[in-house]
Design a protein around this ligand. Structure first.
Ligand code: HQG
Length: 185
């Protein structure tokens, strides 16, 4: 039986090839980020990452953030968000809630207040629907800091918002005037 540590390691590997560097195992993502499951398994194994279809299904189903999704036929897979490679996720534009959250590292606050939230190496800025998730995202960057994003106001000002299959809100950028510092810090 595969253990939790192995599952985490395979999940990180899948994030790497399905979001950032498919070329390291010589797979291709289509324009919407999908890739063929059999080829992914074969090329991963050839690369030394042992993974079979059952394990892949298990990871897709149980992944804490539901990072990956199969198509209806279960023969293609993609990451639901987080890409740095240029793809079109194809989510419909949606009206966001009044506020969303963005967790970051304290060290980035000055720069963010200067230029607003920018997508950096990813395809979009990632926003969380709840404070707890934003704190966790921020912790990935050192001491966390959470911004409140005035999402509804942005939407009314014609900014587009998308929500990924796993519930992450995406937008192109967030100018400083729509950012509020979280009072609860
Ligand atoms: C920061 C994870 C300076 C931004 C998470 C962030 C998320 C600026 C960092 C998803 C800036 C980019 C994405 C500016 C933005 N000046 N810093 N003007 N604008 N930044 O990792 O949002 O676990 O690319 O605040 O849960 O942290 O991988 O983005 O700190 O959903 O599935 O630049 O990745 O999902 O960092 O995380 P990232 P993120 P997974």
């Amino acid at each position: 039986m595969i253990n939790e540590k192995q599952i985490t390691s395979i999940s990180k590997f899948l994030s790497l090839v399905l979001r950032h560097q498919p070329e390291i195992i010589d797979i291709e993502l289509d324009q919407n980020g999908w890739t063929d499951v059999e080829t992914l398994l074969e090329k991963s194994n050839r690369y030394g990452i042992e993974i079979d279809k059952e394990t892949l299904k298990h990871i897709v189903e149980t992944n804490s953030k539901k990072r990956f999704a199969f198509n209806e036929a279960f023969d293609r897979i993609r990451a639901s968000q987080g890409h740095s490679v240029e793809i079109e996720l194809g989510y419909a534009s949606q009206k966001p809630p009044e506020i969303l959250f963005h967790g970051t590292g304290e060290k980035s606050v000055t720069s963010i207040l200067d230029t607003g939230l920018e997508k950096q190496s990813r395809q979009q800025v990632h926003l969380s629907a709840d404070l707890e998730t934003a704190i966790k995202v921020g912790q990935r960057h050192g001491k966390p800091f959470v911004f409140i994003v005035l999402a509804e106001q942005m939407f009314n000002d014609k900014f587009e918002f998308f929500v990924s299959e796993n519930g992450v809100w995406l937008t192109d950028n967030v100018p400083t005037k729509y950012l509020k510092q979280n009072d609860e810090e």
